[in-house]
Design a protein around this ligand. Structure first.
Ligand code: ATP
Ligand code: MG
Length: 460
């Protein structure tokens, strides 16, 4: 196959600001070039540089093979099996250095099921795909133009050479940057089948950069959306975290809904969106996450997943409470039901699940009908802040009255006498209810950390 030549864009045209470049990336490229190899900044960093955005990380592409790269640097490690790359480390910064990949020839690639033992017998020099065309192994080295054709979108397939300050564009990425459009390279359906995660990536970039999605690229997405089910749970979860914490989560989720892809975040998100209050709460939580990211505040996946699923939990909780049981144990029953039905596909890690349960559990304990001793104790709860922020979002969405959140704001900020006044507004559970609760506990029917004090409150 003859080599395709790129369009070379000079400094006077692209006007990349050299101060946005990472010194370490430049050092990696210099070292590789001095050893006689080709080396460029590639991918998202070039796209962002052309848009005047500070790239969040720098990837380097080279014709040196991973072992050859590794030999040139003191702190370099080859990582990955399916897709080998070299991590060159400089303090906390890692420059991901990948070798030019060859084109995938579907006819010559081997097709296998997802069985691991079969996979390990396969020839390392062959691309490996599954039945739907998804690439499972990709360590075949090739030329730079082949590497460009293997990348996902035109704007992600440009190479920047810091030594000559030139951008090498193989697929019209420069033009698409000017027109602010996301376009896949090659036949859209084939490229989405090779890697269904590209459907989520294109939505994330369109939302982050405020680009449109080219019509031909967009056309097959709705029909191919179910292929995302074949993506391993951990990779899908990583991609969804990138999307939710891109600082543009609200825009991403709105775009996912337009493309019929929102089920990939959580299978039952449709059910949440069917209820106006549920939709409002999710949208508020996403906007709140974006705002926190813009302000450089911490954000936690547990909080956001707890918010996405809250109205499902709430619905189940209401049903369980109609059976006349106490609020906290029924809340835990509802949580477990929802988590069991929602997390089988998406690998929400265990540590997130336990935090989510704590945030939900706190909602019952922050209720204004809990007893007088609980509030002071709750202030020391390790998840109190998250539970309180969650309560404020519930108020803001109209699910509960605003004065419930205000009571806590006043209590947190109040001096001892204000706190005493606020506490006096709270009802104390009756002795009768306390007795009923302690007898339930001794029957061993409640296995959550319920105190006699907070057990008497009937929520909803
Ligand atoms: P950002 O880092 O801002 O999220 P990025 O474009 O740098 O965006 P990475 O995931 O860091 O995204 O990938 C680096 C580059 O590798 C991409 O720009 C693209 O060229 C290529 N790439 C990444 N994922 C894929 C994929 N699934 N299919 C094809 N090419 C990909
Ligand atoms: Mg990147």
């Amino acid at each position: 196959m003859p080599e395709n030549a790129p369009i070379i864009i000079k400094k006077i045209v692209h006007n990349i600001n050299p101060t946005l470049l990472s010194k370490n990336a430049i050092q990696v490229i210099d070292t590789l070039q001095q050893a006689g190899y080709k080396a460029f900044v590639v991918g998202g960093a070039v796209r962002d540089l052309l848009l005047g955005i500070q790239p969040k990380d720098f990837d380097v592409a080279t014709n040196a093979h991973p072992e050859q790269v590794k030999r040139l640097f003191r702190r370099a490690h080859i990582i990955g099996r399916r897709f080998q790359i070299v991590h060159v480390r400089f303090g906390s910064e890692i420059i991901e250095t990948s070798t030019f990949r060859a084109m995938i020839n579907i006819e010559n690639s081997k097709q296998i099921g997802t069985c691991r033992s079969k996979r390990s017998e396969l020839d390392r020099k062959t691309h490996v795909t599954d039945e739907s065309g998804r690439v499972l192994r990709d360590n075949v080295w090739g030329r730079q133009d082949e590497d460009a054709a293997r990348r996902d979108f035109t704007v992600n397939a440009m190479y920047y050479d810091p030594s000559t300050q030139t951008v090498h564009d193989y697929h019209g990425g420069w033009q698409d940057i000017q027109s602010r459009v996301m376009r896949i390279i090659g036949d859209p359906a084939t490229r989405f089948r090779e890697d269904p995660v590209r459907m989520l990536r294109i939505v994330r970039f369109a939302a982050k950069l405020n680009f449109s999605i080219d019509e031909t690229t967009q056309a097959p997405i709705r029909q191919l959306a179910p292929l995302i089910d074949n993506v391993p749970g951990a990779r899908l979860f990583d991609e969804i975290l990138k999307l939710l914490f891109s600082g543009h989560a609200l825009n991403c989720v709105q775009k996912l809904r337009q493309q019929g892809l929102h089920h990939t975040i959580l299978p039952l998100l449709d059910v949440v969106f069917e209820q106006p209050l549920g939709e409002k709460f999710v949208m508020l939580s996403l906007a709140n996450t974006d705002q926190r990211i813009r302000e450089g505040k911490s954000v936690s996946p547990s909080f956001l997943f707890a918010a996405l699923l809250w109205h499902l939990v709430l619905e189940k909780w209401k049903i369980y409470q109609r059976t006349g049981q106490y609020p906290i144990p029924t809340l835990y029953l509802a949580m477990n039901d929802v988590l069991n039905s929602q997390t089988s596909q998406l690998a929400i890690q265990r540590r997130f699940i336990s935090d989510m349960k704590e945030i939900w559990g706190l909602q019952a304990r922050l209720d204004k009908r809990v007893g007088r001793r609980t509030p002071l104790r709750l202030l020391k709860h390790p998840r109190f802040r998250a539970g309180y922020d969650f309560l404020l979002l519930r108020c803001e969405s109209g699910e509960i009255p605003a004065d419930e959140g205000q009571w806590w704001t006043d209590f947190i900020n109040g001096d001892p006498s204000t706190r005493e006044k606020l506490l006096s507004q709270r009802k104390v559970p009756t002795a009768n209810k306390r007795r009923r609760h302690s007898s339930r506990k001794s029957n061993g029917r409640s296995n959550e950390t319920v105190t006699s004090e907070n057990s008497g409150n009937r929520v909803l």
